[in-house]
Write a protein that binds this ligand. Structure first.
Ligand SMILES: [Zn+2]
Ligand SMILES: [Zn+2]
Length: 77
């Protein structure tokens, strides 16, 4: 059993829509990726954004460039 982020591991698609133009938002990646190199086999448990059982993603709208941060609960696999 391992706690993983469903978006980072492509277990499920982005389901949020842009509140401005109703387009499906695009996953801009985990904020972990902006802090340093992401290693799927590395020290994910020590990364600040996953330390509380959560992964924070930046979602953006490809049409109007609206962006939002979402917090995802990690899931057991
Ligand atoms: Zn993630
Ligand atoms: Zn939009």
């Amino acid at each position: 059993m391992e706690n993983v982020c469903p978006l980072c591991n492509a277990l499920r698609p982005v389901e949020k829509k842009c509140p401005v133009c109703n387009q499906l938002l695009v996953d801009g990646g985990s904020l972990n990726n902006y802090l340093g190199p992401y290693s799927p086999y590395g020290e994910t448990a020590l990364l600040p954004f996953q330390s509380a059982g959560q992964c924070i993603h930046l979602l953006y709208c490809p049409v109007c460039a609206y962006d939002i941060r979402v917090t995802l609960a990690l899931v057991n696999i």
